[in-house]
Structure formats: structure tokens, C-alpha cells
Design a protein around this ligand. Sequence first.
Ligand code: AP5
Ligand code: MG
Ligand code: ZN
Length: 214
Amino acid sequence: MRLVLLGAPGAGKGTQAKKLIEKSGIPQISTGDLLRAAVAAGTNLGKEAKSFMDKGELVPDRVVLGMVRERLGQNDCKKGYILDGFPRNTAQAEALDKMLETLGMPLDSALSVDVPFEDLMKRLTGRRTCKSCGQMYNVYSNPPKKEGACDKCGGALFQRDDDKEETIKKRLDVYTSQTAPLMDYYKKKGILKSVTGVGSIEEIFSKVCSALGC
Ligand code: AP5
Ligand code: MG
Ligand code: ZN
């Protein structure tokens, strides 16, 4: 499986990617997660990225492309990859195509997870993530059994810095103007699939699996 996951902020890309990893063992490459790790580690790249992320804007292509190129070159990607949150604009999509051609591992599918915008604000303001294992929760729709602690590993849950109402609004605008056009990009290539991302996480996962044939 060589897959790009498309969808607005909060559509459930990360949630569905984690289920796909469990099922197929194929690695998830989330540019958002890689950038947050760089911010937490305090690297120069992380410092540069943080100023854009806090505003809900895209981090410059040069930064993101370098990170993705390095990650796709690692051995575990030979069996496939799930790109989550990348590409995010046409320039990134074109650069990705070139990169994958050089590596000899072109995309099979781009899967769009579609959720009405009015649902996304609640999903994002309610999201909590485990510091230790990355498992996602939602205080409204999918709360942990014990408040503030991860069901899987007991780790502490945190709220992302960019999950504030003002920043979310900006992220949704950026999605509409820069990322949504990628649906057409992949449709023209004949590899676009889509599922409705409304319903339980399990229901959506079974639609994802039938769309991808996994
Ligand atoms: P990134 O980390 O990619 O964030 P995003 O695209 O805004 O998407 P999210 O991670 O917020 O949403 P998701 O679709 O993964 O949803 P999730 O599964 O968590 O990017 C962050 C920032 O980094 C960007 O703004 C940018 O600055 C930078 N960046 C990243 N990539 C970049 C790139 N390529 N180029 C430039 N800059 C880049 O689910 C959300 C919540 O909903 C959770 O609480 C979950 O439990 C809940 N939920 C999931 N499914 C359901 C359901 N079916 N019903 C109810 N609730 C549900
Ligand atoms: Mg995510
Ligand atoms: Zn955990």
C-alpha cells in the first residue's frame, strides 16, 4: 500500500492511519507529527516550523520536503507508506511525484476522508493526545476511561498548541485554499478515492478498507 491520506484538519487522518498501521504494519509518515517532534526537540528546523504552526499556516515547502525525502528513504518504507498531512499544496504534490519516481515507488491511491466543516471545530477543540504513545482521544466523542490518562499506556494526555479556536479557523482556511485542490490533482491521475468520515471510527475504518481493498 502506497497511500496519501487527504482530509481537512480534524477529519480523522491520524486516527485512521493508526488503524491501518495495526492492520497492515505499513509505516505512517505524518509531517505534522515529525514537525511537532522537531519543535519538542528544540532543533533549528523545529524553531523555524513553530512560528508557522502556531499561526495555523503551512511550514515552508523546503523544510517539509527535506523531512519527507529523508523519511521515505528509510528501509521500512520499502513495503509501503501512509502519507498523512502531506502533500498539502500543488508544489508539494509535484515534488512528491518526482521523489517517488526516483525511488521507484509511485503512489497507488490518494484517499480523501470527507467531514462537514461544522463538525471539525468540536473534534479539534476536544482532541487530547497521549504524550507517550500518540494515541488520540476526544473529550466529547471518544473520552479516555480515566480523565487525563491514556487507556493504552497510562501516559499523560495533552492538548495541541494549534487546537485553539482562532488557529483552527486559520487552518481550515488554509486547507480550503491550498490543500483541497489536491483532490482534483489526484482525480486527474485516476487514483482518487473518497470515504465519508462521519460515523464511528470503526465504521469509517471498514469503509477505508473497502475503498483500499485491504
Ligand atoms: P497536522 O498535524 O497534519 O494537522 P491537520 O492536517 O490540521 O490535521 P489534524 O492532525 O489536526 O487532524 P486529523 O485529520 O489527523 O484528525 P485526528 O485523527 O487527529 O498539521 C499541523 C500543522 O503542521 C499545520 O497546520 C502546518 O503548520 C504544519 N504542517 C504539517 N504538514 C505540513 C505540510 N505537508 N506542509 C506544510 N506544513 C505542514 O482526529 C481529530 C479528533 O477527532 C480526535 O480527537 C479524534 O479522536 C476525533 N475523531 C476521529 N475520528 C472521529 C469520528 N469518526 N467521530 C468523532 N470524532 C472523531
Ligand atoms: Mg493528524
Ligand atoms: Zn498512550
